[in-house]
Write a protein that binds this ligand. Structure first.
Ligand code: QUE
Length: 361
């Protein structure tokens, strides 16, 4: 039996520990399949008042989805194996996010260290996120030819102003202070005190009243100031530059802004996958007016379209395998990506559509 996800109940608290520290606790299909039935059971078990999720190893909460495995299977059986893994992995990951989104009990993520992509999917959909001074938070998918999924199309447009557009397009890293300013983090606690937070939750008098009130009281007792958010300082410029409807116009706005921050940001965007940038901006604008469940269906379509593209394998090669950070994108520039190619990534999947029922609670 694999121990890449540890599941236990301590008193009235279900505890999940993501336990692949060498892979920065990146989430793979097996882990999704182990987590889903445990969360389904805890959601309806009256003895379980709250669930805590954390990462083992002290470096990461969760570095993302195991996109490397999806890309690696591409070499086998003329792409059929990749298609299967891509279908099943994203289906399982989004179903898990959806389960957490509709959990109905306090779902508390202790986010200590790296949290990217799929790591946000395991944390942002719950009620509480406790972050530490070690937090490195990012949605970096445009660097590997993907797009900010796991609900990014829903939660990024709901961050203050255009902060989500900025984070989703550039993959910028956020600190604990940034995460609090965004509303991602609900509490900030010193890393060395996290075990005490868990002990306090396990030792709490849950009684028969509102579990959220009990959880909030415990977490509030540990909360400490996180200092100034760099993102908050920059938010005027972010809103000016990232309000546009087209990536080309964002680039123009950054050029006009002219500051060192704007020049750096433009340089970052020029390194990202052009198709990813255009697909992402379209996804984020769509998400302004759609609810979460609708966006998950859209993102599943995008996951299938984007993992089938050569840019995805090239992104994984450049960032995670060879680590030369010199991807060669096709199309290579923004002006080479047509609106029709972007639109095509959003096409419905017929019999392969993702359909998720609202889970029991
Ligand atoms: C963009 C991403 C991911 C990424 C890097 C990016 C991602 C992901 C990982 C990752 C990191 C460490 C691991 C691992 C995966 O990196 O989604 O297995 O050990 O999972 O620039 O989207």
């Amino acid at each position: 039996m694999s121990d890449d996800v540890l599941l236990e109940t301590r008193g009235a608290v279900g505890v999940v520990t993501l336990n692949r520290p060498k892979a920065l606790n990146a989430l793979d299909l097996g882990m999704c399949r182990k987590l889903q039935p445990a969360l389904d059971a805890w959601a309806v078990d009256p003895a379980v008042k709250a669930v805590v999720i954390r990462g083992a190893g002290g470096r990461a909460f969760c570095a993302g989805g195991d996109v490397r495995a999806v890309a690696a299977s591409a070499g086998s059986a003329a792409g059929e194996e990749q298609e299967r893994l891509s279908r099943e992995f994203f289906r399982a990951e989004y179903a898990l996010n959806h389960r957490i989104h509709h959990f109905g009990k306090p779902f508390i993520a202790l986010v200590d260290g790296i949290c990217m992509g799929g790591g946000l999917g395991l944390s942002i959909h719950g009620a509480y996120r406790v972050v530490t001074e070690k937090l490195v938070l990012a949605m970096p998918e445009t660097a590997i030819g993907l797009f900010p999924d796991i609900g990014g199309g829903w939660f990024l447009p709901r961050f203050p102003g255009e902060a989500g557009t900025y984070l989703g397009l550039t993959g910028a890293r956020c600190s604990a202070a940034d995460a609090l300013w965004l509303g991602y983090a609900t509490h900030h606690v010193e890393s060395v005190r996290l075990d005490a937070v868990l002990d306090a939750l396990v030792g709490a008098q849950w009684g028969s009243g509102a579990a959220s009130a009990v959880a909030e009281k415990v977490l509030a007792d540990f909360h400490a100031d996180a200092g100034t958010s760099a993102l908050a300082v920059q938010h005027g410029a972010i809103d000016r530059c990232f309000a546009a409807e087209r990536v080309d116009d964002i680039q123009q706005a950054l050029e006009l802004e002219g500051t060192p921050w704007a020049q750096e940001t433009w340089a970052t965007l020029l390194r990202m996958c052009p198709m990813s940038l255009k697909v992402t901006l379209h996804q984020l604008r769509m998400g302004r007016t759609r609810d979460y469940d609708e966006m998950v269906t859209v993102e599943y379509r995008l996951s299938q379209a984007m993992t089938a593209r050569q840019d995805f394998r090239e992104g994984i090669r450049a960032v995670l395998v060879d680590k030369d950070n010199k991807p060669r994108w096709h199309p290579a520039t923004l002006s080479d990506v047509t609106d029709a190619e972007v639109e095509a990534c959003f096409a419905p999947l017929g019999a392969d559509e993702l359909v998720l029922p609202v889970p029991p609670r």
